[in-house]
Design a protein around this ligand. Structure first.
Ligand SMILES: NC(=O)c1ccc[n+]([C@@H]2O[C@H](COP(=O)([O-])OP(=O)(O)OC[C@H]3O[C@@H](n4cnc5c(N)ncnc54)[C@H](OP(=O)(O)O)[C@@H]3O)[C@@H](O)[C@H]2O)c1
Length: 333
């Protein structure tokens, strides 16, 4: 089969097209004919070599997000049939080849029915970010109606789904953005209040948005210095959910407020084999929400082919994309 691979870590130029062995279907798995994928920051970090121990071995086929059609079904799989349209976040790590190829072997439990309302491109924008936002707000923080929820980076990949999930749960949603253009998009996605983080320091927006009381839940999609801001921004008994580790922090702002810090690593089921069915279930619910018009993916205006994957990574890394950067397979037919 055809694939876009990397055989060394580096810049966007490391991708090239080559023949790769078509995976054979195996028990508990399905073979997906790939139609589309999307770029997540994780894919760019893997390409650069930041996650070498968990990256698919060379010649590495990257990208977790996939939308496509079931082409073959392994023993013991009753949920899927050939021709089913599916989506999921299912590879590019460990022994699991990613989506930048004609075919992808996928654990059947990780998949869900593609939202009927979306084309393949739209569906491919969702899996990684939707699972992450779901695990953060619904599984960890268990957000409830009427809570004040602050979402950092509300027009980012994870943030734009988080805004919509929080609104669906009845929360009052505050979000940080960098520009008026992004502010308008965040409002359109359902955000109640905007915070222009480059202009307004945390002390000021805490006062303006909560009268100084703090937010019930802060979803931190940035880590680093923003995690310190997030801990400062919670109310008494408030919760912070972070999706980035790797930095050191003084926990006293959290301690003083009886606060809770949750972490989400959405790749864990894919890496460990535990909890994969939960991802399939989340994506079935997300598909239903999409079909009912509750959630929609924000997709960048630029359309890329798999053969332009380097440019697509460049688009994400430029910070100029508005929404998820999506790629369509030239081999899907
Ligand atoms: N642990 C996990 O399971 C997990 C899962 C998914 C993602 N992640 C990680 O989470 C991060 C976000 O992922 P993503 O897909 O949402 O990335 P993304 O699409 O690049 O979005 C990041 C957003 O953050 C905003 N931003 C940058 N600096 C900011 C600041 N100081 N304050 C507030 N907003 C700021 C950017 O918009 P502006 O132009 O408005 O600044 C951008 O919209 C990445 O590092 C990714 O690797 C982790």
């Amino acid at each position: 089969m055809k694939a876009m691979v990397i055989e060394k870590f580096g810049g966007v130029e490391v991708f090239h097209e080559r023949e790769a062995p078509k995976p054979a279907v195996k028990a508990g798995h399905v073979l997906v004919k790939v139609a589309a994928t999307s770029v997540n920051p994780l894919d760019a970090k893997m390409r650069q070599g930041y996650f070498q121990p968990i990256t698919h071995p060379f010649p590495a086929i990257l990208h977790g997000d996939v939308a496509g059609v079931v082409a073959d079904v392994g023993e013991g799989v009753s949920r899927w049939e050939v021709s089913d349209e599916v989506y999921g976040c299912a590879g590019g790590v460990g022994s699991y080849q990613g989506a930048l190829a004609e075919y992808m072997l996928v654990d059947a439990e990780l998949l869900a029915h593609k939202p009927k309302k979306l084309p393949m491109r739209g569906a491919a924008a969702l899996p990684l970010v939707a699972i992450t936002a779901w695990e953060a707000l619904i599984d960890r923080a268990k957000i409830r109606e009427g809570q004040n929820v602050l979402i950092h980076g509300g027009v980012g990949g994870v943030g734009h789904i988080a805004i919509q999930l929080a609104k669906w749960k009845g929360a009052k949603v505050f979000t940080t953005v960098s520009s008026e253009e992004k502010g308008a998009i965040a409002k359109d996605l359902g955000a109640d209040e905007l915070i222009y983080y480059k202009k307004e320091p945390v002390e000021e927006y805490l006062q303006r948005c909560t009268g100084g009381a703090g937010f019930d839940v802060v979803f931190d999609t940035l880590g680093g210095a923003t995690l310190d801001v997030s801990m400062q921004a919670i109310a008494h008994f408030g919760q912070v959910v972070s999706i980035l580790g790797g930095s050191t922090h003084d926990l006293s702002p959290l301690f003083k407020k009886n606060g809770t810090l949750h972490m989400v690593v959405m790749l864990a089921p894919l890496l460990s084999g535990n909890g994969r069915a939960a991802h399939g279930k989340i994506l079935e619910t997300v598909a239903d929400l999409v079909n009912r018009g509750v959630i929609r993916p924000l997709v960048d205006e630029r359309d890329f082919s798999f053969r332009q994957v380097g440019e697509a990574h460049g688009r994400l890394e430029s910070g100029k994309a508005l929404g998820k950067v999506v790629l369509s397979s030239p081999w899907h037919g």
